[in-house]
Ligand binder design. Structure first.
Ligand code: GLA
Length: 368
């Protein structure tokens, strides 16, 4: 059996999934493909076309591997499945092939986790729901990889639908599918090819900053359960109680939540220029207040501001490298990409990798 598991984009609503905010992601047409085969015994062999494989024994306790080994995404999911469905797994082999660039903010990690969870669910008739698998995948990342991620990536990879954006309330997990009508614009990712090494440690620190902010707010207003729902006025009134950094983080979160809610309205009214302006606002906040950008990402977003063919641009995903997401007029796409690639190369002595994406279905079986 072969499973195809996509990467994801996020139009707007960055770093607010773990603050109970709204996000606007979608699955894309770049995938990880995973072949599964049952076998006898208890030893499973996981291989990858691009890196070393590994073995593990289902009869031995599962522990995270050291040194950020990629296998942690896989065995973390298996551990979660064994906890929810004890004794239903038996040995299998798994072969992984990916055309998703790693460390570029397209969530190759969620694609791998959700692909493994989906495949094993089918292979062993585990009767896990979409939400069970989404949560198992997220927990694998928390406990086996060490990134205290939100739920956006796993949700988008699992629930994605062709030509639809997912407006997800990360607190309730209610969602709405919004037609991605963006003609005459195309969604183009510009991969800085700067790997986001800092991402995991800084990510967890941002999360802690947000928790600090919420605690202070709750000591005055216990009715607020998460940061994204707090009105900006309240944060401003309490400014003196926050340290400067925590204040910036909290302000970013509530502003991004407002932008995302607004963006989901304007896109449904076809007001694409307004949508793009909100993307620019998001980047500004991510760069100056949340401080998860880097010079390469800022360069690309600033560059696009001087070109009317680009109506919106911002960094996407965890940050510190990876891609920008851009809405570029189809008639000027090639010329824009050529110009920005050239100037990026001159500035940073790095190649830019453009990726035009289509919004596609979530994880699925492609061969029985
Ligand atoms: C990573 C995490 C997500 C989300 C984004 C930032 O992709 O996995 O949960 O927090 O960063 O929006």
């Amino acid at each position: 059996m072969t499973v195809q598991s996509p990467g994801r984009i996020n139009l707007i609503g960055e770093h607010i999934d773990y603050n109970g905010g709204h996000v606007l992601p979608a699955a894309i047409n770049l995938n990880i493909t995973i072949g599964f085969k049952k076998k006898t015994g208890s030893v499973c062999h996981i291989t990858s076309k691009s890196t070393d494989g590994f073995l593990f024994n289902l009869e031995e306790p599962i522990k995270p591997k050291s040194n950020n080994h990629w296998g942690n995404y896989v065995i973390g999911v298996i551990d979660g499945i064994l906890k929810l469905r004890p004794n239903l797994l038996s040995a299998f082999d798994c072969e992984i092939e990916s055309n998703l660039p790693i460390g570029s903010g397209i969530s190759s990690s969620a694609a791998l986790e959700c692909g493994i969870a989906f495949g094993l669910n089918e292979l062993f008739n585990l009767d896990l729901t979409d939400l069970d698998r989404i949560k198992i995948a997220q927990k694998a990342e928390h406990d086996f990889v060490g990134t205290k991620c939100g739920i956006m990536d796993q949700f988008a990879v699992t629930m994605g639908q062709k030509k639809k954006l997912i407006l997800l309330n990360c607190e309730t997990l209610d969602y709405q599918l919004i037609p991605a009508d963006i003609n005459p614009y195309k969604i183009v990712l510009l991969n800085t090819n700067v790997a986001h090494n800092l991402a995991s440690s800084e990510y967890n620190l941002r999360r802690e900053d947000c928790e600090k902010a919420l605690k202070i707010i709750q000591s005055h207003f216990p009715e607020y359960k998460h940061l994204a729902e707090v009105p900006l006025d309240i944060i401003k009134t309490l400014e003196k109680e926050f340290d400067e950094v925590v204040f910036k983080r909290a302000t970013y979160v509530v502003e991004e939540e407002n932008r995302t809610q607004m963006a989901s309205k304007v896109i449904q009214n076809g007001e694409l220029t307004q949508f793009g302006a909100l993307m620019y606002g998001s980047h500004e906040g991510l760069s100056k207040k949340y401080e998860v950008s880097c010079p390469e990402l800022d360069f690309l977003v600033d560059y696009s501001k001087n070109h009317t063919s680009v109506i919106g641009s911002r960094m996407m995903g965890g940050g510190f490298g990876g891609c920008t997401i851009n809405l570029i007029h189809r008639d000027f796409l090639d010329s824009y990409v050529a110009a920005v690639s050239n100037d990026y190369k001159n500035q940073f002595n790095l190649s830019l990798s453009p990726i035009e994406v289509e919004i596609s279905n979530g994880v699925s079986i492609i061969e029985l």
